[in-house]
Ligand binder design. Structure first.
Ligand SMILES: Cc1cc2nc3c(=O)[nH]c(=O)nc-3n(C[C@H](O)[C@H](O)[C@H](O)COP(=O)(O)OP(=O)(O)OC[C@H]3O[C@@H](n4cnc5c(N)ncnc54)[C@H](O)[C@@H]3O)c2cc1C
Length: 87
């Protein structure tokens, strides 16, 4: 992405997108990006696990992977393996 001239803008709050112009704020200052073709939004992740509460009173529930704690695929696979070994 850097080779192709991609502009990385962390700690930047997008306020408005109007056509090819992006209005934003960084460190309390208004900034503007002109002639923008594409915006890639990158955010954090958080667990989503509504099933545990629905099921835990009726059956034994073991939470694994991202539902337990967000990570990468290897973490989820290892976590599932370790949990299933104990069952
Ligand atoms: C954008 C993005 C990019 C990523 N890139 C990488 C990467 O390059 N390398 C890497 O190692 N990790 C990456 N990760 C992390 C990786 O995808 C996760 O850590 C991993 O998929 C977690 O596995 P999991 O089985 O816990 O959950 P998931 O893979 O999310 O699987 C859970 C499954 O359960 C299903 N489900 C949910 N609720 C129900 C329900 N009520 N009934 C039936 N099915 C249900 C969902 O549809 C889903 O298919 C990335 C994650 C994201 C979001």
């Amino acid at each position: 992405m850097k080779e192709k001239g991609t502009v990385f803008s962390d700690h930047t709050h997008i306020k408005k997108v109007a056509g090819k112009i992006v209005y934003a704020e960084r460190d309390g200052k208004d900034i503007q990006f002109n002639d923008i073709d594409m915006i890639v939004v990158s955010t954090g992740m958080k667990s989503f696990n509504p099933l545990e509460n629905e099921l835990k009173n009726n059956i034994s529930v073991h939470v694994i992977g991202d539902a337990k704690k967000t990570g990468n695929a290897q973490d989820a696979i290892k976590n599932a393996y370790e949990t299933s070994k104990k069952l």
